[in-house]
Design a protein around this ligand. Sequence first.
Ligand code: NAD
Length: 486
Amino acid sequence: MKDIKHFINGEYVGSASGKTFDNVNPANGRVLSRVHEAGREEVNAAVNAARAAFNGPWGRMTVDQRTEILHKVADGINARFEEFLDAECQDTGKPRSLASHIDIPRGAANFKVFADLIKNVPAESFEMPTPDGTGALNYGIRRPKGVIGVISPWNLPLLLMTWKVGPALACGNTVVVKPSEETPTTTALLGEVMKAAGVPDGVYNVVHGFGGNSAGAFLTEHPDVDAFTFTGETGTGETIMRAAAKGVRQVSLELGGKNAGIVFADCDMDKAIEGTLRSVFANCGQVCLGTERVYVERSIFDEFVARLKAGAESLVIGPPDDETSNFGPLISLKHREKVLSYYQKAIDEGATVITGGGVPDMPAELAHGAWVQPTIWTGLKDDSPVVTEEIFGPCCHIRPFDSEAEAVQLANSLPYGLASAIWTENVTRAHRVAAQVEAGIVWVNSWFLRDLRTSFGGSKQSGIGREGGVHSLEFYTELKNICIKL
Ligand code: NAD
């Protein structure tokens, strides 16, 4: 069986404790590899290596030299595209058609885009008068923060991890990454690519393990990490924030959501159905930006529900290597238990199950996989946990509304504020509603259309800070003002 080890100071190393855990393929329940679990010893070694590389070769390189190397990292991922694709699909069970269009190409692009962007951002400067008439000049320079702790989730493993590592390295920092225990493989594989691209030892380090009382907590408790960037659940974000408070370390938190789709009667129905289907069911509903609440103007409610049901029922459930499949399993049996508990709760609370609601029949070789049916409900009260809590599964509740004001009020009624999708052909309404929805990202007549130069992040309990474009620069560097008296 394959061993997945930590990547520390440019070498793959096992855990001194000998502790390992199984990495399971969620499509069939088979164990893919044995993963080493880091103790404090490995986390210390990784942080020390990152510090030495920051003070050493990486810190001394010019921006041009770093940019060139990061381009090679992106090329290195693309050169081993199939290997990354296989690893990601086996760890997550997601369809190859999805991972080959999103996860792996975006994983590579994150290195090129941020390296180029950061190279081209101008600094600010202000001339000022002084009482003696000679004046003074202020100008800003940016310096890397130091050692960044990167803690990432399992739903888009390579993409979300490189979304942080790309800009962190481009800005001159070094990193210690703790990938999700569910999806360690591509983060581990990236170590080989980094080495081959000429990234100095210690710049990119990986420690594997779980959250509490394991690698995740040991990393956030380590006093020599300068800042943390985290994507995951809101509750975990709170824990990380508490740990980071010791030593006043900065955090960037991309957290959970319970995103609303708002469908107006003046929408283009074909577009609204196609987009909502993707936003609810892509990646088996395990996308932080996904829609779990759909509000539809009453006059088109019945038609919308019928067409979304037909769309959900046309999804092809199957394993990643089945080219016709566009709907994979959930990440684990444990996560399926959580999702199914909401399926049950919906029934207990009197929902009308429009489609799904259970576990699909699968052939014997997939019977131990974490399969679940795409599910749509109507008829729940606004305060039902099914409507207010993030399920992170392939499901949504659809509710009618009667006015624009009511739609906005419903969309804004929860403590989350990550993303929203509005469907209307009325451009004035689109601007008006988009401005009122409390979310970090609002799409009009689309979903998951991402330009990496734009800001990304959540409001309310969906996060702190923004990454993307120059906003990543804000987090991964310290802005220093230099004032020169002339
Ligand atoms: P999670 O919070 O359970 O785990 C995320 C990471 O944090 C994992 O690597 C985990 O091991 C680690 N972790 C857990 N407890 C920790 C602790 N006490 N200290 C340090 N590290 C700890 O999240 P998940 O289940 O992997 O991912 C799904 C969640 O991520 C959903 O809530 C989803 O909305 C959210 N998410 C948000 C975004 C965004 O951009 N806002 C993107 C993707 C996913």
